[in-house]
Design a protein around this ligand. Structure first.
Ligand code: ADP
Length: 227
């Protein structure tokens, strides 16, 4: 199977001198779903920031879809990022725009899509997260779980091969959290690679998928799902 993500002895030292990550080596196949866990400060957010080129590694090599990130120049970063869906803890929706407009935003920004195609893609995304009937609603009228699902629809509207999520269920109750995780699971089943940073160990173990564990910036295990 094709590799979507590869870390080769990656390190990140912040200007402050903190080694947030060291000696990180792992890979994710296309369509694989994995959780990234570890205590607060273990380096989870830093690892995701290196994948999305919000920040750069200071050692080693990272390949996304076979592309070495060292070769991605600063001005190319917005184009590179179009192939990665990013889900945040807070979905950061525009309160004065409809659900439809919020999800359409990445397509409008890219400038590559006709009106009709935007409509088709937005509705396909909203359908996947079960919110087709909310396209005319405004975010403040939605529950927290629904707002997070709008954020996920926006993240996948470009049909990215890779989806990364940083504590996507941090603000949700257990039932809604499980629902969101099941959504990610469904995306992986249709070929999207998914990496989810989370410290919700109970939920992660129920999912029964691969777990990457960080401790003090080092990868403790990158193995198969726990029994
Ligand atoms: P996690 O997401 O697992 O909580 P982080 O990746 O946020 O961990 O942080 C890893 C380490 O790097 C911590 O020691 C944190 O204080 C440090 N760190 C994170 N961001 C920065 C930054 N911008 N500058 C300096 N140190 C940072």
């Amino acid at each position: 199977m094709a590799e979507m993500v590869r870390f080769d002895n990656v390190g990140k030292r912040y200007d402050s001198g903190v080694d947030a990550l060291s000696g990180i080596t792992f890979s994710l196949d296309a369509g694989e779903i994995a959780f990234l866990t570890g205590r607060s400060g273990a380096g989870k957010s830093t690892l995701l920031k290196l994948i999305t080129l919000i920040d750069r590694a200071t050692r080693g090599q990272i390949y996304i879809g076979g592309k070495n990130l060292t070769s991605v120049k600063r001005r190319q970063i917005p184009y590179f990022r179009r192939d990665i869906g990013i889900v945040f803890q807070q979905p950061k929706l525009l309160a004065d725009r409809t659900v439809f407009d919020n999800v359409a935003l990445p397509l409008i920004i890219s400038g590559n899509f006709h009106h009709a195609e935007i409509g088709r893609r937005v509705r396909a995304s909203l359908d996947k997260v079960g919110l087709l009937d909310k396209e005319r609603a405004f975010p403040p009228q939605l529950s927290g779980g629904e707002q997070q699902r709008v954020g996920i629809a926006r993240a996948v509207v470009n049909r990215p091969p890779l989806l990364v999520a940083d504590e996507p269920t941090g603000n949700l109750d257990p039932a809604l959290s499980a629902e969101i995780m099941n959504l990610f699971d469904q995306f992986s089943r249709v070929g999207t690679t998914v990496l989810i940073a989370s410290h919700d160990l109970a939920l992660i173990s129920r999912m029964g998928r691969r777990v990457l564990t960080l401790q003090g910036g080092a990868l403790m295990s990158s193995g198969a799902a726990p029994p």
